[in-house]
Design a protein around this ligand. Structure first.
Ligand code: UGA
Length: 465
């Protein structure tokens, strides 16, 4: 099929490349020449594992092209996907101007019967609004508009597309639904489940899924505070809890609060939609507040621990909002670092991938080339992103570089015993304070998660996200 993707940002580019990989002919339209020219020259503007190779392979087969908005591919398209930005406005609601502008641009150029699919994350009712705009511009109602939300995670987007848990298509029109079924046939014939709903349902599924996942994280983060207060260990508690099939083990990793381009923005939009429609979503509203407060509270812990030290210096390891990406949008580092600096602490930071993206947001922050250089003369270290490089740090080498001994491990990456052997005090999340384990506090079973396989008890790693 001929596909035109409006927008070659994160979603447009990864989705476009994956559809080309499935055998479709895809043209990604990019209006900004500063992005289009590098793309045409083979440069990929984002870090996503495997994407660069996939784009190059699909360009070689001729299945993927990049074009400006006047491309002749538009009148040839069977499906036009809109994957433009939907930034938040001041109330948390999303700004649909780019979606509407894209609709006005494509409306006079489409052949009758082409299908428009909205990939951007948009609030309930947007597909119907876009259909009205297109019908008004064309003077007739011959272009169905469907909702086709994406469920890609940064860092594993290609696998999330090609081995998706499900494809969701919201179509109020039967012919459009059939076109979308054909589009995804290369996945569904491989066993990927296909969910057909109305447009409003599909729009709500996207927000509901992200809000629900964010709620799990908000819950486990608060539970981590409870573990600390009670002398428990969040890794053991979430492991035991996640073994209930109805709960499951994923997305139960306590950390410094969720970030990224999706959860913070989508939960705000979800709550704003509830307010606009007169059905307050109080659970999600509390989650948003708790997530912000968490980042501030975790910064305050460090400030309190270093109070009394003149010209304290802290090394922050990890600027990306999670491992596997160079994205720093709403990352914990962007709240915690300014809070430390406001308390007079000097900050030096490191990230293996996100340094360039983070630099403009962190004025006054020194950026180091490696974690050991960042640790030089530091009173404390703070780990904010779960990069594998940090899990494998040579702690003795790190300790030798530092002035102090405290490591605030806000991703629970390090083994506290290993840190102690290197002379470091590891302060994790939701774990007993150093020198006091859960057994001492409660007299309960050991905190390290273990599970029973056959006749043996074995140690189990903390559940993956
Ligand atoms: C998220 C969803 O997981 C995707 O399904 C969705 O398609 C995407 O948003 C989107 O709407 O486009 P993403 O933002 O890439 O994907 O990142 P996640 O892996 O979901 O992580 C989000 C945040 O939660 C990160 O800050 C991460 O560190 C945090 N997190 C995640 C935890 O703190 N604990 C966990 O157990 C899992």
């Amino acid at each position: 099929m001929n596909i035109v993707m409006i927008g070659a940002g994160y979603v447009g580019l990864t989705t476009g490349a994956c559809l080309a990989r499935l055998g479709h002919l895809v043209t990604c339209i990019e209006a900004d020449p500063r992005r289009l020219l590098p793309l045409r020259a083979g440069e990929i503007p984002i870090y996503e594992p495997g994407l660069s190779d996939l784009v190059h392979a699909c360009r070689q087969t001729g299945n993927l092209q990049f074009a400006d908005p006047d491309t002749p591919a538009l009148p040839e398209a069977d499906v036009v996907m809109i994957a433009v930005g939907t930034p938040s406005d001041d109330d948390g609601d999303i700004d649909l101007r780019q979606v509407h502008a894209a609709a006005r641009h494509i409306a006079p150029r489409l052949r009758s019967g082409a299908v428009v699919a909205i990939k951007s994350t948009v609030v309930a009712g947007t597909a119907r609004g876009v259909a009205e705009i297109i019908a008004e511009v064309r003077g007739k109602n011959d272009i169905p508009v469907v909702s086709n939300p994406e469920f890609l995670r940064e860092g594993s987007a290609l696998a999330d597309f090609l081995r998706a848990d499900r494809v969701v298509v919201g179509a109020d029109d039967e012919r459009a639904a059939k076109v979308m079924e054909d589009l995804y046939a290369p996945l569904t014939t491989q066993g990927v489940p296909y969910v057909r709903t109305g447009t409003v349902d599909a729009e709500l599924i996207k927000y509901a899924a992200n809000a629900c996942l964010a709620l799990r994280i908000g819950f486990v983060n608060e539970l981590a505070d409870l573990c600390e207060a009670a002398g428990g260990d969040i890794r053991a508690v979430s492991h035991g809890m996640g073994m209930d099939n109805r709960i499951g083990p994923r997305f139960l990793q306590a950390g410094p609060g969720f970030g990224g381009s999706c959860f913070p923005k989508d939960t705000r939009a979800y709550a704003a939609t509830g307010r606009r429609l007169g059905v307050r979503q109080t659970v999600v509203e509390s989650l948003i507040a708790a997530n912000e407060t968490r980042k501030e509270a975790l910064a305050q812990r460090i400030v309190d621990a270093l109070s009394g030290r003149r010209r304290a210096r802290v090394a922050v390891l990890g600027l990306a909002f999670k491992a596997g990406t160079d994205d720093v949008r709403d990352s914990a580092a962007l709240t915690i670092i300014p809070a430390l600096q406001a308390a007079g602490i000097q900050v030096v930071a490191h990230d293996p991938k996100a340094r360039d993206q983070a630099a403009p947001h962190l004025p006054g922050t020194e950026l180091a080339d490696c974690p050991y250089a960042a640790a030089e003369g530091a009173d404390a270290i703070v780990i904010l992103t779960e990069w594998e490089d940090y899990r494998r740090l040579d702690l003795t080498r790190l300790a030798r570089r530092m002035k102090g001994t405290q490591v605030f491990d806000y991703r629970n990456l390090l083994c506290p015993d290993r840190a102690a052997r290197a002379g470091l005090t590891c302060i994790g999340i939701g774990r007993p304070a150093p020198g006091k384990d859960a057994q001492q506090a409660t007299g309960a079973a050991p905190a390290q998660p273990r599970t029973h396989h056959g006749t043996r008890w074995v140690e189990v790693a903390a559940s993956p996200s």
